[in-house]
Write a protein that binds this ligand. Structure first.
Ligand code: ZN
Ligand code: ZN
Length: 314
């Protein structure tokens, strides 16, 4: 039974489509046993995306996030006999206020997990469109190599400050670069910073998500690329799986390509979050991870049913 630890819905995110309930129904229809809801956390007024400007505000996003949390609770209860829903958020790392914002959310709500992501450099989004990527790169000195160095330094700050249970799209910075499929080993300084970050994640037991949105966006590998996953594996690091869906049609997309990818890296087990008597992280009582062997059961754990229809309300 497949699982995903990263999703968004159009109900609570301006660049996604569909309601939160429709996302859950799609996951059920596609045979998922575990599906994490991880809406983007609220941002400051100066960090609104173009489609949000004039339509909302930091305050509006904060209210929307509160609505999300309670709707997620309602839907988890409604569908609990059909699917294991995890409730979390995707944390941002944009400017100094990001730390206080994340901490306040973790105190205000009871989450099962969160994803630590870096979508911005010098406060400019790096995965939104080419002009913004180029502006971020300009502020790093004008080359992809320098931007990647800064990205991994910024990511380390995020990792040390937040210790996210899951690290989101670890090499997102490559998406809009000149050579998205470039092997980062060809940039020794970038590679060294990247390895340092993997060591940090492994040291506190964070999970690296294998995020199939990379494939959906046309890259050769999911995030992160094969050589990065191989290093994390060598460090004893643990992986989870995500589709990072932003609409119903994204649920489980490209999961059929995961067995070949996992084989290339030589990953034999992945992890999913479960309810358990013992917690792995004091911030998330009653939540732990469990190993899922994919060695013998690749088909069982990764195949997504495309024919099943949602059964609707129980
Ligand atoms: Zn998003
Ligand atoms: Zn993201």
């Amino acid at each position: 039974m497949p699982f995903s630890h990263h999703s968004h819905s159009g109900q609570f995110c301006a660049h996604a489509k569909g309601t939160l309930e429709e996302m859950i129904q799609a996951a059920i229809a596609k045979g998922f046993d575990t599906f994490a809801l991880t809406e983007h956390m609220p941002r400051d007024d100066e960090d609104l995306y173009p489609e949000e400007q004039g339509n909302t505000s930091a305050q509006g996003l904060t209210q929307l996030f509160d609505n999300y949390y309670w709707e997620a609770q309602r839907l988890r209860a409604k569908y609990q006999s059909q699917i294991h829903i995890l409730i979390g958020l995707e944390a941002e790392w944009i400017r100094p206020s990001s730390l206080a914002r994340t901490k306040a959310l973790l105190e205000q709500y009871r989450f099962d997990l969160f994803i630590g992501s870096v979508h911005h450099m010098h406060t400019v989004p790096i995965d939104f469109d080419a002009p913004m990527y180029i502006e971020a790169r300009r502020q790093s000195g004008g080359t992809d190599e320098r931007l990647f160095e800064d990205y991994y330094d910024t990511q380390l700050e995020m990792l040390q400050a937040l210790r996210p249970p899951i690290v989101g799209h670890f090499d997102l910075v490559r998406l809009l670069s000149d050579e998205p499929n470039r092997d980062l080993r060809s940039w020794p300084t970038v590679w060294a910073k990247m390895l340092r970050n993997l060591e940090c994640i492994a040291s506190y037991g964070g999970l690296l998500e294998i995020n199939t949105a990379g494939l959906r966006k046309g890259m050769d590998d999911p995030y992160p690329a094969v050589p990065i996953c191989q290093e994390f594996l060598r460090l004893g690091g643990r992986f989870t799986l995500s589709d990072d869906s932003h609409q119903v049609g994204h649920v489980g997309t490209n999961y059929h390509r995961l067995p070949e990818f996992l084989q290339r890296v030589d990953i034999e087990e992945v992890y999913r979050f479960v309810r358990a008597a013992e917690s792995r992280d004091e911030r998330f009582p009653g939540i732990n991870v469990e190993s899922v062997s994919i060695k013998d059961g690749v088909a069982t754990h990764l195949s997504v049913s495309d024919t099943a229809q949602s059964s609707g309300a129980p």
